[in-house]
Design a protein around this ligand. Structure first.
Ligand code: UDP
Ligand code: MG
Length: 317
């Protein structure tokens, strides 16, 4: 029988998991496919794990991967993809901002032959503050300017992937993965469906500005060396400018005027000093990536799970 996996990363989502599970089960009552739910507890410090274990004792095919600490949403999703066994894998947030009822449409598109179905938010981030809206806009803008792989705007990690693509994600040796970029890079037939991004049911957002910036940096550095190219152009521009400046100073010297100007000197020195550090930082980002890749550490560590480590679906309860 066709199996559909729904993978849900959860970081402090104790108040949301029960209602999400029951809504998912309602949806699958009307679908002729089998459902497996995999919740990835990404090092929650609230009662999430207790809630998850209670749910797994009530429902068959409710599985969890309890990570040893907070590894971040992307790594949690990677864990979900790695352990999922469905013919199609749907990922969604735990906070009910992604309506489970969209799954009808996702599966319809999948049945039509699309291997990737992305959900595009048609409304603004409801209930989000100005800052969140601004940072989300900035995130997509920076990504589209600096990354060489196009990432569809306003498509959060709410999508369906066919098993073929999940298999590719599983086998990628890449660390510090940026899934939206990988999916864009991978090709395949894709459909985009629009949905209404609801308000968070309980709790508050786990995406601090720091996490958002880190995700944008991962997205850009994973798919492009463009920031390094920009550094080269900036370097060329300023060396050109300084050549002009030197010529001017020499000419003025022979005309009998030495140029005074402590202030302009300080401004230039501090500006260029800052710029150099900034560019060194960019280079550092890339070297950091190489280091992480070279170390070959896993993306996540599982503390415990109720999944048996086997590929046989029938062997699960
Ligand atoms: N999440 C996670 N690890 C983190 C941060 C978030 O697993 O370090 C999960 C979170 O539980 C939720 C999803 O990722 O299911 C999206 O996070 P959130 O709702 O906080 O982000 P927002 O919707 O505000 O962008
Ligand atoms: Mg959310």
């Amino acid at each position: 029988m066709t199996l559909i996996s729904v993978i849900i990363p959860a970081f402090n989502e104790a108040g949301n998991l029960e209602i999400l599970t029951s809504r998912l089960i309602e949806v699958f009552k009307e679908i002729p496919y089998q459902l497996e739910i995999i919740v990835i507890n990404d090092g929650s410090s609230d009662d999430s794990q207790a809630t998850i274990e209670a749910l797994s004792s009530v429902f068959n095919n409710f599985f969890y991967l309890n990570l040893s600490r907070n590894f971040g949403q992307q790594s949690a999703l990677k864990a979900g993809y790695d352990y999922s066994r469905g013919d199609a894998v749907i990922c969604m947030d735990a906070d009910l901002q992604n309506p489970p009822e969209m799954i009808f449409l996702l599966l319809k598109k999948w049945e039509e032959g699309y291997e990737i179905v992305l959900c595009k938010r048609k409304n603004a981030n409801q209930g989000a503050g100005y800052f969140k809206k601004f940072s989300s806009k900035f995130f997509y803008k920076a990504l589209s300017l600096l990354s060489e792989v196009p990432v569809e705007r306003d498509t959060p990690d709410f999508r369906l992937l066919d098993r073929k693509l999940v298999q590719i994600i599983k086998q990628l040796p890449e660390k510090d993965i940026f899934l939206r970029g990988i999916i864009s890079w991978a090709g395949f037939n894709r459909a985009i469906v629009e949905y209404c991004h609801g308000p968070r049911f309980r709790g508050h957002t786990n995406y601090s500005i720091g996490k958002m910036v880190a995700l944008a940096a991962t997205g850009i550095t994973s798919f492009s060396a463009r920031p390094l190219h920009i550094a080269i152009y900036m370097g060329l521009f300023f060396s050109g400018l300084s050549l002009l400046f030197i010529t001017y100073a020499i000419v003025r010297y022979y005309q009998g005027h030495t140029i005074s100007g402590w202030a302009s000197l300080i401004v230039t020195v501090t500006f260029l000093g800052g710029l150099q550090l900034f560019i060194l930082g960019i280079i550092g980002l890339y070297i950091g990536k190489l280091l992480i890749q070279a170390k070959q550490r896993p993306d996540y560590v599982i503390r415990n799970t109720n999944m048996e480590f086997s590929t046989e679906i029938s062997s699960f309860k």
